[in-house]
Write a protein that binds this ligand. Sequence first.
Ligand code: PXP
Length: 248
Amino acid sequence: MNQTGKLRLGVNIDHVATIRNARGGDHPDPVRAAAIVASVGGDGITAHLREDRRHIRDEDLSRIQAATNLPLNLEMAATEEMLEIALRHKPHAACIVPEKREERTTEGGLDAAGQHNRLVPIVTRLRDAGIRVSLFIEAEERQLDAARLLGAPVVEFHTGEYAHAGLDGDADHEAKELARIARMSALAREMGIEPHAGHGLTYDNVKPIAAIPELAELNIGHYLVGEAVFVGLESAVRRMRELMDEAR
Ligand code: PXP
């Protein structure tokens, strides 16, 4: 069971930066998004610094850390470059994610079992720096065993397969995926590992995942940023109308 009883929400703000980068300027600023998340009781900010910097950039990390007191969960590939950045910024947590095909299991999580030797020095150096290490893995016993062997205190289960089954209207597959995530969350707790989950979660599919009592945290991004466009577009258009009318 989650120790606190409350399931934490980490908000992934990558796609605010995706929109910003589309114009090359500084609006919309993911730092402003992080401040809004903090002001409405979000529990953490998640940001993925990708090798190609397609959304979050290096300088965003320190700006986000300076602007909010929320814990930063840095998603990163298991590379020397990302390790150095993590050690420099010292985020609360670092979630190791696959970026290249060969680092993935068939469904999309990090192949912690197959990549053990490569992950050992990275996990060790992050842990030694006081950064909470998480591994973004499929909900599979063999990946959990690998996380335990690596000494990772946290795993994040990839919910993409569950989300896709729902989108495809495949109720059987969706139920099987949900059961697998629930089973592996319980097993993670038995192993002393804190289970999180994320990827592809929406208003429509979050509740069954959120009901898994062993889960401590969900990380949600793309859908929230997409929904925010619709929730916010009305007042943004009204404000522009007002300004134009005031000018006449
Ligand atoms: N957790 C991890 C480890 C991720 O890499 C991502 C982004 O792909 C998410 C959660 C959030 O996924 P989404 O943007 O689909 O909500």
